[in-house]
Design a protein around this ligand. Structure first.
Ligand code: PMP
Length: 342
């Protein structure tokens, strides 16, 4: 056992943990044809827990186990928009830990319900800003302090998060593209995915442009463009955007930034569904729309990589429900309508 655990050669992996990563890089045909660039999406929704956050969850647990911070039978506590909690709960089940999750009640019913089905102890709390001590992240830290020996995963400021992407997502993209890529584009929640990949790719080839995508209502676009943390509007997307610069994002290379609004993100995910056959979550709409904008800024002939973070399944009652959208002043894109991405 163990000698042949690389899924690349045998297809056999060591349990759930061994199945994390090594995701395909999907060429988005319609958008590549539209822009004259090659737009590639890293299929993170194909991780065993269904999102890009499986990598961070695994990296955080492995480092805590190695340092002795997390002992057999211990408890893991985390504040999460959902996906990190889902990844952590799978991993805690597989590795024999108790898992306690704090999540804002504004997150989708699918994610909260899934966490409960998986067996996490879930505490839903009102969504309040980070500056408020009742904020879900800060509350999760206090809960962890009260449980002897508990690990606070602390995905926003625990650098094990971005190290997981520096050590896996980045090298996979470099290898899958044969080192031929011009730009890396991603939105950030904790910053782990964006920063880990950006730091790795810049080390391999400093000419690769790293572009931060941001939804409305997040302060990172203004921070990246003029150095001030200012937010405007809001967004129906989940898991991305921030009002502060996390330790994981701090020091990451940023060559340019793109802000995408909700109507554009929605048209993009419906376009991905109808034109590419991909059923995606809202952050993918921000990422892919930003990749298209990057293609326009760079001009034809460039190769651009972004992330397909999670599946539309987690948002069926929201992004794919016309009534929910109408309640937020948004129209469901129509299949027979005008070009989805103008
Ligand atoms: N998309 C979704 C759906 C997410 O849940 C997250 C994580 N919160 C992200 C994107 C952003 O990933 P990261 O935390 O690595 O910045």
């Amino acid at each position: 056992m163990g000698a042949h655990s690389d899924g690349m050669s045998t297809g056999i992996t060591e349990g759930f943990s061994g199945a994390v990563g090594r995701t395909p890089l999907i060429r988005l045909h319609a958008l590549s044809a539209l822009t004259g660039c090659e737009i590639l999406g890293k299929a993170e929704f194909m991780n065993p827990g269904g999102s890009v956050k499986d990598r961070a969850a695994l990296g955080i647990l492995q480092e805590a186990e190695a340092s002795g911070q997390l002992l057999p039978g211990g408890t893991v506590v985390e504040g999460t928009a959902g996906n990190t909690g889902i990844g952590l709960t799978h991993l805690c089940n597989a590795r024999g830990y108790r898992c306690l999750i704090v999540i804002p009640e504004t997150q989708s019913a699918e994610k909260i319900g899934l966490l409960r089905s998986l067996g996490a102890e879930v505490r839903t709390v009102p969504a309040v800003p980070y500056s408020d001590p009742a904020n879900y992240v800060r509350l999760s830290g206090r809960i962890a302090e009260e449980i002897p020996g508990a690990l606070w995963a602390n995905q926003f400021d625990n650098l094990a998060n971005r190290r997981a992407h520096y050590g896996s997502t980045g090298p996979e993209i470099w290898q899958q593209t044969g080192g031929r890529l011009d730009a890396w584009v991603a939105a950030t929640g904790t910053g782990g995915t964006y920063a880990g990949v950006a730091l790795y790719l810049k080390e391999q080839d400093p000419s690769i442009r790293c572009i931060l995508a941001d939804p409305c209502g997040s302060a990172l676009y203004s921070w990246a463009t003029d150095g001030t943390l200012k937010s405007e509007g809001n967004s129906i997307t989940e898991g991305i955007g921030n009002s502060r610069v996390t330790a994981n994002l701090e020091g990451a290379p940023i060559d340019d930034a793109v802000r995408i609004d909700d109507p554009m993100a929605l048209r993009t995910i419906y376009g991905l569904l109808w034109q590419e056959g991909l059923f995606m979550g809202g952050s993918v709409g921000i990422n892919v729309a930003a990749a298209v904008e990057t293609a326009r800024r760079l001009g034809p002939g460039h190769r651009i990589v972004t992330v397909l973070c999670d599946s539309g399944d987690r948002y069926r009652s929201r992004l794919y429900d016309p009534d929910w959208l109408a309640g937020r002043g948004l129209e469901q894109p129509q299949r027979s309508g005008a070009a989805l991405i103008p």
